[in-house]
Design a protein around this ligand. Structure first.
Ligand code: FE2
Length: 381
Protein backbone atom coordinates (compact mmCIF):
# COMPACT_ATOMS: atom_id res chain seq x y z
CA UNK A 1 0.00 0.00 0.00
CA UNK A 2 1.32 3.43 -0.89
CA UNK A 3 2.37 5.84 1.83
CA UNK A 4 0.07 8.53 3.13
CA UNK A 5 0.94 11.31 5.58
CA UNK A 6 -1.86 12.82 7.64
CA UNK A 7 -1.44 15.90 9.80
CA UNK A 8 -4.21 16.74 12.21
CA UNK A 9 -4.54 19.39 14.90
CA UNK A 10 -2.82 18.14 18.04
CA UNK A 11 -5.99 18.96 19.97
CA UNK A 12 -9.31 18.16 18.35
CA UNK A 13 -12.48 18.86 20.30
CA UNK A 14 -15.89 18.06 18.84
CA UNK A 15 -19.43 18.35 20.18
CA UNK A 16 -21.55 20.31 22.62
CA UNK A 17 -19.47 22.37 25.04
CA UNK A 18 -16.44 22.65 22.74
CA UNK A 19 -16.51 26.46 22.90
CA UNK A 20 -16.25 26.34 26.70
CA UNK A 21 -13.41 23.83 26.35
CA UNK A 22 -11.59 26.27 24.08
CA UNK A 23 -11.76 28.98 26.74
CA UNK A 24 -10.54 26.61 29.46
CA UNK A 25 -7.69 25.34 27.30
CA UNK A 26 -6.66 28.84 26.27
CA UNK A 27 -6.47 30.03 29.85
CA UNK A 28 -4.58 26.93 30.89
CA UNK A 29 -1.99 27.43 28.18
CA UNK A 30 -1.26 30.88 29.56
CA UNK A 31 -1.39 33.04 26.43
CA UNK A 32 -1.88 36.72 27.16
CA UNK A 33 -2.57 38.46 23.84
CA UNK A 34 -5.23 36.94 21.60
CA UNK A 35 -5.79 38.25 18.10
CA UNK A 36 -9.31 37.06 17.32
CA UNK A 37 -10.72 36.96 13.82
CA UNK A 38 -14.46 36.49 13.81
CA UNK A 39 -17.77 37.74 12.40
CA UNK A 40 -20.17 40.34 13.89
CA UNK A 41 -23.18 37.96 14.09
CA UNK A 42 -21.37 35.97 16.78
CA UNK A 43 -21.02 38.96 19.14
CA UNK A 44 -23.79 37.79 21.45
CA UNK A 45 -22.81 34.11 21.46
CA UNK A 46 -19.15 34.87 22.13
CA UNK A 47 -19.51 37.67 24.65
CA UNK A 48 -19.69 35.56 27.88
CA UNK A 49 -16.75 33.44 26.72
CA UNK A 50 -14.62 36.47 25.84
CA UNK A 51 -15.52 38.01 29.21
CA UNK A 52 -14.19 34.87 30.90
CA UNK A 53 -10.94 35.17 28.97
CA UNK A 54 -10.58 38.86 29.83
CA UNK A 55 -11.20 38.11 33.50
CA UNK A 56 -8.50 35.48 33.22
CA UNK A 57 -6.01 38.16 32.16
CA UNK A 58 -6.13 37.77 28.37
CA UNK A 59 -6.00 40.94 26.25
CA UNK A 60 -8.14 40.42 23.14
CA UNK A 61 -8.00 42.33 19.88
CA UNK A 62 -11.02 41.53 17.72
CA UNK A 63 -11.06 41.87 13.93
CA UNK A 64 -14.47 41.11 12.44
CA UNK A 65 -14.48 42.72 9.00
CA UNK A 66 -13.18 39.94 6.77
CA UNK A 67 -15.17 39.74 3.58
CA UNK A 68 -16.07 36.59 1.69
CA UNK A 69 -13.28 35.31 -0.51
CA UNK A 70 -10.55 37.54 1.01
CA UNK A 71 -7.74 38.99 -1.09
CA UNK A 72 -4.02 38.91 -0.29
CA UNK A 73 -4.21 42.71 0.11
CA UNK A 74 -6.88 42.34 2.82
CA UNK A 75 -4.79 39.68 4.49
CA UNK A 76 -1.77 42.02 4.63
CA UNK A 77 -3.92 44.66 6.35
CA UNK A 78 -5.08 42.21 9.00
CA UNK A 79 -1.55 40.89 9.47
CA UNK A 80 -0.28 44.41 10.16
CA UNK A 81 -2.93 44.81 12.89
CA UNK A 82 -1.98 41.50 14.50
CA UNK A 83 1.72 42.41 14.44
CA UNK A 84 0.97 45.82 15.88
CA UNK A 85 -1.01 44.18 18.70
CA UNK A 86 1.92 41.81 19.35
CA UNK A 87 -0.37 38.82 19.53
CA UNK A 88 0.98 35.66 21.12
CA UNK A 89 -1.96 33.58 19.87
CA UNK A 90 -4.26 33.78 16.85
CA UNK A 91 -7.81 32.46 16.94
CA UNK A 92 -10.32 32.21 14.10
CA UNK A 93 -14.02 31.78 14.82
CA UNK A 94 -16.04 31.92 11.60
CA UNK A 95 -16.45 30.49 8.13
CA UNK A 96 -13.71 29.40 5.76
CA UNK A 97 -12.60 32.93 4.85
CA UNK A 98 -12.12 33.85 8.51
CA UNK A 99 -10.28 30.62 9.33
CA UNK A 100 -8.03 30.80 6.26
CA UNK A 101 -7.06 34.37 7.19
CA UNK A 102 -6.43 33.41 10.82
CA UNK A 103 -4.20 30.54 9.68
CA UNK A 104 -2.06 32.75 7.50
CA UNK A 105 -1.87 35.53 10.11
CA UNK A 106 -0.60 33.02 12.69
CA UNK A 107 1.99 31.78 10.21
CA UNK A 108 3.23 35.15 9.04
CA UNK A 109 3.18 37.17 12.25
CA UNK A 110 6.75 36.11 13.10
CA UNK A 111 7.90 34.88 9.68
CA UNK A 112 10.38 36.70 7.46
CA UNK A 113 9.08 35.12 4.22
CA UNK A 114 6.84 37.36 2.11
CA UNK A 115 3.32 36.34 1.11
CA UNK A 116 4.56 35.81 -2.44
CA UNK A 117 7.28 33.50 -1.22
CA UNK A 118 4.89 31.30 0.72
CA UNK A 119 2.22 30.97 -1.99
CA UNK A 120 2.05 27.45 -3.42
CA UNK A 121 2.54 23.97 -2.05
CA UNK A 122 5.05 23.50 0.76
CA UNK A 123 6.65 26.95 0.47
CA UNK A 124 5.82 28.16 3.99
CA UNK A 125 8.71 27.14 6.21
CA UNK A 126 7.41 27.70 9.74
CA UNK A 127 4.75 28.96 12.11
CA UNK A 128 5.79 30.12 15.58
CA UNK A 129 2.47 31.47 16.85
CA UNK A 130 -0.27 29.35 18.43
CA UNK A 131 -3.35 28.91 16.24
CA UNK A 132 -6.84 27.70 17.17
CA UNK A 133 -9.76 27.44 14.74
CA UNK A 134 -13.47 27.20 15.53
CA UNK A 135 -15.67 26.80 12.44
CA UNK A 136 -19.17 28.23 12.15
CA UNK A 137 -20.10 26.96 8.70
CA UNK A 138 -19.92 23.22 8.15
CA UNK A 139 -18.17 23.13 4.85
CA UNK A 140 -14.64 24.26 4.29
CA UNK A 141 -13.01 21.89 6.76
CA UNK A 142 -10.40 24.62 7.09
CA UNK A 143 -10.03 23.83 10.81
CA UNK A 144 -8.40 20.50 9.94
CA UNK A 145 -6.73 21.33 6.62
CA UNK A 146 -3.31 22.71 5.71
CA UNK A 147 -4.78 25.05 3.08
CA UNK A 148 -5.51 28.77 2.98
CA UNK A 149 -6.99 30.22 -0.20
CA UNK A 150 -6.93 33.89 -1.22
CA UNK A 151 -7.74 35.98 -4.25
CA UNK A 152 -4.71 37.52 -5.96
CA UNK A 153 -6.05 40.85 -7.21
CA UNK A 154 -3.16 41.33 -9.62
CA UNK A 155 -4.43 38.56 -11.90
CA UNK A 156 -7.87 37.81 -10.38
CA UNK A 157 -6.91 34.18 -9.69
CA UNK A 158 -7.53 32.19 -6.51
CA UNK A 159 -4.23 31.05 -5.03
CA UNK A 160 -3.42 28.66 -2.24
CA UNK A 161 -0.88 28.62 0.53
CA UNK A 162 -0.58 24.95 1.37
CA UNK A 163 1.70 23.80 4.15
CA UNK A 164 1.60 21.50 7.17
CA UNK A 165 2.43 24.62 9.22
CA UNK A 166 -1.07 25.90 8.46
CA UNK A 167 -2.61 22.98 10.34
CA UNK A 168 -4.10 24.59 13.46
CA UNK A 169 -2.73 23.55 16.84
CA UNK A 170 -6.28 23.08 18.02
CA UNK A 171 -9.73 22.79 16.43
CA UNK A 172 -12.95 23.12 18.40
CA UNK A 173 -16.19 22.22 16.62
CA UNK A 174 -19.25 23.22 18.61
CA UNK A 175 -22.65 22.88 16.90
CA UNK A 176 -23.86 25.96 18.77
CA UNK A 177 -21.56 28.06 16.58
CA UNK A 178 -23.33 26.91 13.42
CA UNK A 179 -26.87 27.37 14.77
CA UNK A 180 -27.19 30.89 13.37
CA UNK A 181 -25.87 30.15 9.88
CA UNK A 182 -28.63 31.03 7.36
CA UNK A 183 -30.18 28.19 5.28
CA UNK A 184 -28.62 29.22 1.95
CA UNK A 185 -25.14 29.26 3.48
CA UNK A 186 -25.80 25.96 5.25
CA UNK A 187 -26.81 24.45 1.90
CA UNK A 188 -23.86 25.75 -0.10
CA UNK A 189 -21.16 25.06 2.49
CA UNK A 190 -22.61 21.60 3.14
CA UNK A 191 -22.32 20.78 -0.55
CA UNK A 192 -18.73 22.09 -0.50
CA UNK A 193 -17.98 19.62 2.28
CA UNK A 194 -19.67 16.87 0.25
CA UNK A 195 -17.47 17.85 -2.71
CA UNK A 196 -14.31 17.60 -0.56
CA UNK A 197 -15.25 14.03 0.36
CA UNK A 198 -16.32 13.04 -3.14
CA UNK A 199 -13.29 14.57 -4.83
CA UNK A 200 -10.93 12.89 -2.38
CA UNK A 201 -12.66 9.56 -2.96
CA UNK A 202 -12.78 9.80 -6.76
CA UNK A 203 -9.19 10.96 -7.12
CA UNK A 204 -6.04 9.67 -8.79
CA UNK A 205 -4.34 9.82 -5.38
CA UNK A 206 -7.21 8.35 -3.36
CA UNK A 207 -6.06 6.21 -0.43
CA UNK A 208 -7.89 3.67 1.75
CA UNK A 209 -7.22 5.81 4.84
CA UNK A 210 -8.97 8.87 3.41
CA UNK A 211 -11.55 6.76 1.53
CA UNK A 212 -12.99 5.82 4.92
CA UNK A 213 -13.34 9.45 5.99
CA UNK A 214 -14.74 10.41 2.58
CA UNK A 215 -17.43 7.71 2.52
CA UNK A 216 -18.54 8.44 6.09
CA UNK A 217 -18.49 12.17 5.36
CA UNK A 218 -20.69 11.80 2.28
CA UNK A 219 -23.14 9.64 4.18
CA UNK A 220 -23.35 12.05 7.12
CA UNK A 221 -23.87 15.05 4.88
CA UNK A 222 -26.40 13.29 2.69
CA UNK A 223 -28.47 12.18 5.64
CA UNK A 224 -28.37 15.45 7.55
CA UNK A 225 -27.89 18.44 5.29
CA UNK A 226 -31.56 18.87 4.39
CA UNK A 227 -32.50 18.61 8.08
CA UNK A 228 -29.96 21.29 9.01
CA UNK A 229 -31.21 23.42 6.10
CA UNK A 230 -34.88 23.06 7.09
CA UNK A 231 -34.28 23.65 10.79
CA UNK A 232 -31.08 25.48 11.65
CA UNK A 233 -31.65 24.88 15.35
CA UNK A 234 -31.50 21.08 14.89
CA UNK A 235 -28.14 20.75 16.62
CA UNK A 236 -27.91 17.00 16.00
CA UNK A 237 -28.21 17.53 12.26
CA UNK A 238 -25.76 20.43 12.54
CA UNK A 239 -23.26 18.27 14.42
CA UNK A 240 -23.53 15.47 11.85
CA UNK A 241 -22.96 17.85 8.94
CA UNK A 242 -20.05 19.38 10.87
CA UNK A 243 -18.53 15.92 11.30
CA UNK A 244 -18.94 15.29 7.58
CA UNK A 245 -17.19 18.59 6.98
CA UNK A 246 -14.35 17.62 9.32
CA UNK A 247 -13.93 14.32 7.43
CA UNK A 248 -13.85 16.27 4.17
CA UNK A 249 -11.24 18.60 5.65
CA UNK A 250 -9.11 15.65 6.73
CA UNK A 251 -9.02 14.54 3.10
CA UNK A 252 -7.87 17.96 1.87
CA UNK A 253 -4.31 17.68 3.19
CA UNK A 254 -3.23 14.25 2.00
CA UNK A 255 -5.36 13.95 -1.16
CA UNK A 256 -7.12 17.26 -1.90
CA UNK A 257 -9.79 18.08 -4.47
CA UNK A 258 -10.05 17.73 -8.25
CA UNK A 259 -11.81 19.27 -11.23
CA UNK A 260 -14.89 20.40 -9.25
CA UNK A 261 -12.85 22.88 -7.24
CA UNK A 262 -10.65 23.78 -10.23
CA UNK A 263 -13.71 24.66 -12.34
CA UNK A 264 -15.41 26.40 -9.42
CA UNK A 265 -12.53 28.81 -8.68
CA UNK A 266 -13.19 31.15 -11.65
CA UNK A 267 -16.80 31.61 -10.48
CA UNK A 268 -15.48 33.04 -7.25
CA UNK A 269 -12.48 34.98 -8.51
CA UNK A 270 -14.26 36.57 -11.48
CA UNK A 271 -17.92 36.71 -10.42
CA UNK A 272 -17.75 36.69 -6.62
CA UNK A 273 -19.91 33.57 -6.32
CA UNK A 274 -19.23 32.21 -2.79
CA UNK A 275 -16.89 29.23 -2.65
CA UNK A 276 -19.49 26.71 -1.46
CA UNK A 277 -22.09 27.71 -4.02
CA UNK A 278 -19.53 27.66 -6.86
CA UNK A 279 -18.58 24.10 -6.05
CA UNK A 280 -22.15 22.95 -5.54
CA UNK A 281 -23.28 24.14 -8.97
CA UNK A 282 -20.27 22.62 -10.75
CA UNK A 283 -20.31 19.32 -8.82
CA UNK A 284 -22.83 17.16 -10.78
CA UNK A 285 -21.41 18.23 -14.15
CA UNK A 286 -17.91 17.12 -13.21
CA UNK A 287 -19.36 13.89 -11.76
CA UNK A 288 -20.94 13.21 -15.15
CA UNK A 289 -17.69 13.99 -16.95
CA UNK A 290 -15.66 11.72 -14.66
CA UNK A 291 -18.14 8.86 -14.61
CA UNK A 292 -16.62 6.79 -17.45
CA UNK A 293 -13.25 6.84 -15.64
CA UNK A 294 -14.59 5.91 -12.19
CA UNK A 295 -17.84 3.96 -12.49
CA UNK A 296 -16.96 1.58 -9.67
CA UNK A 297 -16.08 4.40 -7.28
CA UNK A 298 -19.23 6.33 -8.12
CA UNK A 299 -21.25 3.18 -7.48
CA UNK A 300 -19.69 3.04 -3.99
CA UNK A 301 -20.61 6.69 -3.46
CA UNK A 302 -24.21 5.90 -4.41
CA UNK A 303 -24.35 3.01 -1.96
CA UNK A 304 -22.79 5.16 0.81
CA UNK A 305 -25.49 7.80 0.40
CA UNK A 306 -28.21 5.19 0.69
CA UNK A 307 -29.15 4.14 -2.84
CA UNK A 308 -30.27 0.54 -3.18
CA UNK A 309 -31.82 -1.80 -5.74
CA UNK A 310 -29.80 -0.97 -8.87
CA UNK A 311 -28.80 -3.76 -11.24
CA UNK A 312 -25.27 -2.69 -12.19
CA UNK A 313 -22.46 -0.41 -11.09
CA UNK A 314 -23.26 1.89 -13.99
CA UNK A 315 -26.85 2.14 -12.75
CA UNK A 316 -25.72 2.84 -9.19
CA UNK A 317 -23.28 5.50 -10.41
CA UNK A 318 -25.96 7.23 -12.49
CA UNK A 319 -28.44 7.05 -9.59
CA UNK A 320 -25.84 8.66 -7.31
CA UNK A 321 -25.47 11.65 -9.61
CA UNK A 322 -29.27 11.99 -9.83
CA UNK A 323 -29.48 11.87 -6.02
CA UNK A 324 -26.89 14.65 -5.70
CA UNK A 325 -28.95 16.78 -8.09
CA UNK A 326 -32.14 16.04 -6.13
CA UNK A 327 -30.49 16.95 -2.83
CA UNK A 328 -29.23 20.21 -4.31
CA UNK A 329 -32.69 21.04 -5.62
CA UNK A 330 -34.28 20.29 -2.24
CA UNK A 331 -31.98 22.78 -0.51
CA UNK A 332 -32.43 25.58 -3.01
CA UNK A 333 -29.14 25.40 -4.89
CA UNK A 334 -29.39 26.55 -8.51
CA UNK A 335 -28.75 23.89 -11.12
CA UNK A 336 -27.28 26.21 -13.71
CA UNK A 337 -24.52 28.81 -14.01
CA UNK A 338 -26.90 31.23 -15.73
CA UNK A 339 -28.78 31.53 -12.43
CA UNK A 340 -25.65 32.93 -10.78
CA UNK A 341 -25.49 36.02 -12.97
CA UNK A 342 -22.59 34.77 -15.07
CA UNK A 343 -22.71 35.97 -18.70
CA UNK A 344 -22.55 33.23 -21.34
CA UNK A 345 -19.67 34.90 -23.16
CA UNK A 346 -17.54 34.50 -20.04
CA UNK A 347 -17.32 30.72 -20.28
CA UNK A 348 -14.23 30.64 -22.50
CA UNK A 349 -12.25 32.90 -20.17
CA UNK A 350 -13.40 30.81 -17.22
CA UNK A 351 -12.16 27.65 -18.91
CA UNK A 352 -8.73 29.23 -19.51
CA UNK A 353 -8.65 30.27 -15.86
CA UNK A 354 -9.74 26.82 -14.59
CA UNK A 355 -6.99 25.11 -16.60
CA UNK A 356 -4.44 27.09 -14.58
CA UNK A 357 -5.47 25.19 -11.44
CA UNK A 358 -3.24 22.24 -12.35
CA UNK A 359 -2.45 21.61 -8.67
CA UNK A 360 -6.01 20.20 -8.45
CA UNK A 361 -6.59 19.05 -12.04
CA UNK A 362 -3.62 16.70 -11.73
CA UNK A 363 -5.70 14.77 -9.16
CA UNK A 364 -8.67 14.29 -11.46
CA UNK A 365 -9.37 10.73 -12.60
CA UNK A 366 -9.94 11.96 -16.14
CA UNK A 367 -7.69 14.44 -17.90
CA UNK A 368 -9.42 17.78 -18.37
CA UNK A 369 -8.47 19.71 -21.53
CA UNK A 370 -9.45 23.27 -22.29
CA UNK A 371 -12.20 21.93 -24.57
CA UNK A 372 -13.45 19.62 -21.81
CA UNK A 373 -13.63 22.48 -19.30
CA UNK A 374 -15.50 24.65 -21.76
CA UNK A 375 -17.87 21.81 -22.61
CA UNK A 376 -18.66 21.26 -18.91
CA UNK A 377 -19.30 24.98 -18.40
CA UNK A 378 -21.58 25.01 -21.45
CA UNK A 379 -23.57 22.06 -20.15
CA UNK A 380 -23.76 23.70 -16.74
CA UNK A 381 -24.86 27.02 -18.23
FE1 FE2 B 1 -14.07 23.72 -0.92
Amino acid sequence: MKKIIINNPSRFVFGNGSLKQFVDDFLERGFKRMFLLTIPVLDKTLSPYLAQLTTGGVAIEVYNRITNEPTFAEFEKVLALARNFQADAVVGIGGGSVLDTAKLVAAQIRNTQTTEEITGIGMLKERKTYLACLPTTSGTGSEVSPNAIFLDESDQEKKGVISPYLMPDAAYIDPILSAGVPPAVTAATGMDAFAHCLEAFVNRFAHPVTDRYALDGMQLIFQNLKKAYDDGSDLDARANVSLGSVYGGMCLGPVNTTAVHALAYPLGSKYKVPHGLSNAVILPWVMEFNLPAATEKYARVAKAIGITGCQSEEEYAQAGIRAVRELMKSIGIPAKLRELGIPENALEDMAVSALKVQRLLKNNVREVTLEDALEMYKKAY
